[in-house]
Design a protein around this ligand. Structure first.
Ligand SMILES: [Zn+2]
Ligand SMILES: [Zn+2]
Length: 190
């Protein structure tokens, strides 16, 4: 499946980033569990460009998912009492519980790591979260259309990032890239 993208370019210098980077499949490996990384866009002062960064502001989604997984786990556990055991059934029954663990770990990581968000290219904490407006109209051709100012200024340069629709659609690899979280809640690249 290909994905529409946008380009963010500074109106004063050459810096330019395509938003397809936000769709990379980035995951934490934490206590042998695969945990989705909640990510956003930010300016990394070490990479000197816009990068994907850790972003722990979206708690609501994970709390909602925990609620949904618990509901499913209870429902499946009830039904489990009425059916015969089979390896397939055991696996089916375990999936909401595994997902529940993954969302719970996300919250644990977010609570510990909030305030120490990192650039996911170089792991620097010297970052500024992108808080500009990059909404664009999604056209009939399956691409974003138009161009506008985002209100986010290039740190150290002073230029403003302009967002515009890109005619290029990207095919992304779903192959995940992993980051380790150790017992001190530090993040390292695998
Ligand atoms: Zn600039
Ligand atoms: Zn960086």
């Amino acid at each position: 499946m290909s994905m529409a993208s946008k380009v963010l370019s500074c109106d004063k210098c050459e810096d330019s980033t395509n938003t397809f980077i936000l769709h990379q499949n980035l995951r934490y490996s934490f206590k042998n569990t695969d945990v989705q990384i909640s990510k956003g866009l930010g300016y990394c002062h070490d990479c000197e460009s816009l990068r994907v960064i850790e972003d722990f502001d979206n708690f609501a989604h994970h709390i909602k998912q925990i609620h949904e997984c618990s509901r499913l786990a209870i429902k499946k556990a009830r039904r489990f009492l009425w059916v015969n055991f089979s390896p397939k059934m055991m696996k089916w029954n375990a999936s909401p519980a595994q997902e529940l663990t993954s969302h719970a770990y996300f919250l644990a990581i977010a609570l510990k790591r909030k305030g120490d968000e990192r650039c996911l290219s170089c792991l620097s904490s010297n970052i500024t979260k992108f808080n500009g407006d990059m909404n664009l109209h999604y056209g009939m051709a399956g691409c974003y259309e138009g161009r506008k100012r985002t209100g986010f200024y290039h740190p150290g340069c002073g230029g403003e990032y302009i967002v515009s629709g890109s005619e290029i659609r990207f095919i992304l690899s779903r192959e995940p890239s992993y980051f380790n979280i150790d017992d001190d809640w530090q993040i390292t690249e695998v």
